[in-house]
Design a protein around this ligand. Structure first.
Ligand code: CKX
Length: 607
């Protein structure tokens, strides 16, 4: 492991200081900042909150849509007593890439806007003194970035982002920045895999450190009582009569790791963990050996003003809404979310399908309907000259996501792509690499999947064979045969599912997307598309179809809440498929869905 992706925590041996707050900020449209010494001092900074997207802070369109280089800067103090330790600055995410300079020297760079990285500054910072950090960020998309897209240049020379995906390209320092002091010898990471045994649970653990001193691991129960311990970097722990982590009933233990030199504690790190197993078996999902039917949403990190910036009140409200409506699962569409989201899911007993930002892998400016998936005619996304570079970035994102998220009991599966073009010859070689990598990296061997775009059918898709369970994004009754034609949509939907039924084998299928854009102020009797009444009818039709196939084992509505997208004729200031508004208030359909989900038992279709 090159660097630790452990969540920053203050412990007996570690110190953390939040660097969140107002930073200096400046656009660098000509890309001259480095040359002109902006790493030492921004020439004309304005104030910008961290964490937040910069876009919706502004009142002018040029700034909101800005595409290119932009800088953040901050003076920060490093305590004198930290000398002789390792000092790092941890960025939980900078979208989409960053170069970090401290006291004028370039320290590190990171590609990818949704995963953490550290800048090690031990020998750079002045102790007991103020220091200066500058971050050169960039938000341009290309066909080798995750997510994918392109930059267009308007006739007046202004650059403009054209995402190949359907969410706004929010940019900035989106998640917390933490100054950390770690002992020189410290824990880099750990893994813990559970097996249920008679009389309790076995935890097979590994601990990675950057030194050679002895490692000790102990498990505490929810009351803080030590119940088992072991020494060594690799070992087994046994928890008698283990309280299992369950849906909406999440018992959490604490794993405590120490590096010791005799009685002296060199480093200590603790985290809350749950004991549970999850597997795919005989067309079912089994949590702790018992069938579980997935109910919930595809979501976005998206809210007024802060865009994709971490906002704890919104996050808490989202969980309250999801509990109220009877959901038990969500997909982190279309990128790994802030670590605080997974922590809350661990605490609340929600199941997460964790998705890497592999979205927009299709030759289309907005990733819907334009692709001729149904024709079988190769579009060749995975045969481009740029494919090796894309694969490299994709593998890096998978590695970072799994390393970051592998110990969360809430994470039950990895979603490795969303709606890629997957009918052409190069698909299989590419898919094999990413699916094999996920399997190799995850000690728990969680099931892997990817979201299959509508019209990518059993006989045309070359990717589905790699999935441990099938995830379909389907819009029968919305993008196809909407409104009065909904009865035809149902017939065609059933035809497609009959086709999958012949070939899916033992794989369960879930719907990772189905939904209808709905204007919360529109009512119409009889219904029309976009009215609240039609959203209910659309959901009823889809649910009736799901209920008639036993191998369908989950339904994740698109989307939990309305969200911002690029402007265009298909979007009325955003995607309106939310069951909640962007302000997290229920549309009529929320009550409809609640009635269904409250009535569905956890082991629905489990017999
Ligand atoms: N799926 C036909 C990806 C999501 C979009 C969703 C939509 C599409 C549908 C593809 O990111 O928001 O169009 O609502």
């Amino acid at each position: 492991m090159e660097q630790s992706l452990l969540y920053p925590r203050t412990t007996e041996t570690r110190r953390t200081v939040s660097l969140d707050g107002m930073w200096g900020f400046q656009f660098d449209p000509t890309g001259k900042g480095v040359e002109e010494g902006w790493a030492e001092k921004l020439p004309a900074p304005i104030q910008m909150p961290v964490p937040a997207s910069f876009n919706d802070i502004f009142t002018d369109k040029y700034s909101r849509e800005y595409t290119g280089d932009f800088w953040y800067s901050l003076d920060f103090f490093v305590p004198g007593e930290w000398a002789n330790n390792e000092v790092m600055i941890r960025f939980a995410s900078v979208t989409h890439r960053a170069r970090v300079f401290v006291n004028g020297a370039e320290i590190t760079a990171h590609e990818g806007g949704f995963l953490p990285f550290n800048a090690e500054v031990t020998d750079i910072v002045r102790y007991n003194h103020f220091n200066h950090i500058a971050v050169l960020a960039n938000n341009e998309l290309s066909e080798t970035t995750l997510p994918a897209g392109k930059t267009a240049v308007l006739a007046n020379g202004t650059r403009m982002t054209q995402p190949y995906f359907d969410f706004y390209n929010y940019s900035g320092i989106h998640r917390p920045v933490t100054l950390m002091c770690l002992p020189k010898e410290h824990v880099l990471g750990y893994t813990a895999v559970d097996t249920l045994r008679t009389g309790g649970a076995q935890i097979d653990y590994t601990v990675e450190t950057n030194g050679s001193h002895e490692v000790m691991v102990e498990i505490m129960d929810a009351e803080g009582k030590r119940i088992t311990e072991s020494t060594g970097r690799v070992g087994k722990l046994f928890v008698k009569k283990a309280h299992l982590w369950q849906v909406h009933n999440a018992y959490l233990y604490t794993i405590h790791i120490e590096i010791r030199d005799g009685a002296h504690v060199i480093d200590s790190y603790s985290e809350r963990i749950g004991i549970r197993t999850f597997e795919v078996k005989d067309s079912h999902f089994l949590l702790n050996g018992k069938p579980v039917y997935l109910k919930g949403f595809g979501r976005h990190e998206d809210a007024d003003i802060r865009g994709k910036g971490l906002d704890l009140p919104t996050l808490k409200r989202d969980f309250e809404c999801m509990k109220w409506i009877g959901a038990n699962c969500f997909r982190t569409s279309h990128y790994p979310y802030a670590e605080e989201v997974y922590q809350m899911a661990d605490e609340e007993g929600f199941l997460i399908i964790d998705e890497v930002p592999a979205v927009g892998f299709m030759q289309s400016t907005n990733n819907f309907l334009a692709a001729n998936q149904g024709t079988g005619k190769p579009l060749g996304w995975f045969e481009k000259e740029t494919t090796p570079e894309l694969l490299k970035n994709h593998k890096q994102a998978i590695t970072e996501m799994i390393t970051r998220d592998r110990n969360h009991p809430s994470v039950i599966a990895w979603s490795l792509l969303n709606e890629p073009q997957c009918t052409s010859e190069g698909t299989e070689a590419y898919f094999k690499e990413v699916f094999d990598l996920a399997h190799a990296l995850d000690p728990e061997k969680r099931p892997r999947t990817y979201a299959i775009i509508m019209m990518s059918l059993p006989n045309t898709s070359k990717g589905w064979q790699f999935s441990d369970f099938l995830s379909l994004n389907r819009y029968y009754g919305w993008y196809v045969q909407g409104g009065y034609q909904i009865s035809d949509a149902e017939v065609n939907f059933r035809k497609e599912l009959d086709g999958w039924q012949k070939i899916h084998g033992e794989r369960p299928m879930i719907f990772t997307e189905y939904g209808a854009d709905t204007n919360p102020s529109e009512h119409k009797l009889p219904s029309v598309m976009w009215s609240q009444e039609y959203q209910d009818e659309y959901l009823d039709m889809n649910h009736a179809v799901f209920d008639s196939y036993d191998y369908i084992q989950g339904e994740l509505i698109w989307n939990f809440a309305d969200f911002q997208t690029t402007e265009g004729i298909m979007r009325a200031n955003g995607n309106k498929k939310g069951i909640f508004t962007r302000q997290r208030q229920p549309k009529d359909a929320a009550f409809h869905v609640k009635a269904r989900w409250d009535a569905l038992p956890l082991d629905y279709k489990g017999k």
